[in-house]
Write a protein that binds this ligand. Structure first.
Ligand code: DO4
Ligand code: MG
Length: 287
């Protein structure tokens, strides 16, 4: 079941259910004003199902009539790194003296976890993502994102883009926060898929296309099953010695890295699709 935050032409943000016949049902009209509360309930699928059964009485819109907002309200967004072999190899190649750090973390019990964004800074689908002016090597990172409630339970999944400056990250590992956290460096959306198990999610495909002046400039894909770590274990590490009263979102790392000569440019369009969720689309701007 797909749940989203959306707005129509300058109006307030509302909560919606996305139905298979490509419409959005406005559940704010039924009193649901916060995504977070739905995700907190012991049985979010049942409460969504109840809302769904009342859908005929609620306002409906075509997908094309709404603007999707990032599906986060006050959740912190975190990210895991070096969880796919492809990511480990790419980082070891881009960096002279940090190579062993990537090699070690790939095999270590403790994963690499880093803070990525405050909720209010996250771009939704159709909003812009940024490349830094002081970077000459920028890439998108298409990632499965776990939506976690305050108890650390995986209640849903969305699509994430962990925009990164590879030259800054490669120069010195201590520059990682600058390579990863800057204006418009995180996108999530278009909605949250509630219900699938980890076993089902591991069968999904993650595909990315980068379109430049109407042509495909890069295309790649991987499968969630290629991830080295267990998704529940990643969530468990994030919640160790830390609490998230509003829940959190955890990007699970990238398994697709464009070739080393490729860098994003302003006006590129990025499309990331995950087979069990949908497609996240963002245009690139320089920041
Ligand atoms: O260690 C650097 C970041 C790794 C990352 O973001 C990824 O593997 O997706
Ligand atoms: Mg990443």
């Amino acid at each position: 079941m797909k749940i989203c935050r959306f707005r129509q032409k300058g109006e307030e943000i509302r909560i919606g259910l996305v139905t298979d016949d490509s419409t959005v049902v406005d559940v704010t009209a039924a009193g649901v004003t916060r995504l977070f509360e739905l995700l907190e309930g012991e049985d979010s699928i049942r409460s969504l199902g109840e809302l769904f059964s009342r859908q005929k009485k609620l306002p409906r819109m075509q997908l094309s009539e709404v603007q999707f907002c990032a599906p986060v309200e006050r959740q912190e967004v975190w990210a895991a790194g070096v969880t796919y072999l492809r990511s480990k190899k790419a980082r070891m190649e881009e960096s002279n003296f940090s190579a062993t750090a990537y090699d070690r973390v790939y095999d270590a019990a403790r994963p690499e976890l880093f803070f990525k964004s405050l909720a209010e800074k996250v771009a939704g689908s159709s909003e812009v993502v940024g490349i830094r002016r002081d970077s000459r090597w920028s890439v998108p990172e298409p990632e499965l994102a776990l939506v976690l409630n305050s108890k650390g339970r995986i209640v849903g999944y969305t699509i994430g883009n962990d925009m990164s400056s590879r030259d800054i990250e490669g120069e010195n590992l201590l520059y990682l926060p600058q390579a990863k956290i800057y204006q418009h460096s995180c996108a999530l959306g278009p909605w949250i898929e509630i219900g699938p198990s980890e076993e089902q999610a591991r069968k999904w495909t993650i595909a990315i296309s980068i379109i430049r002046a109407g042509e495909i400039a890069f295309k790649g894909e991987t499968s969630v099953g290629q991830i080295k770590r267990n998704l529940t274990a990643l969530a468990e590490y994030l919640f160790r010695s830390q609490s998230f009263p509003q829940g959190a979102v955890l990007l699970t790392g990238t398994g697709v890295v464009p070739p080393d000569h490729f860098t994003l440019q302003a006006k590129d369009e990025i499309e990331i699709s995950i087979s069990g969720i949908g497609t996240l689309r963002n245009a690139v701007v320089e920041v």
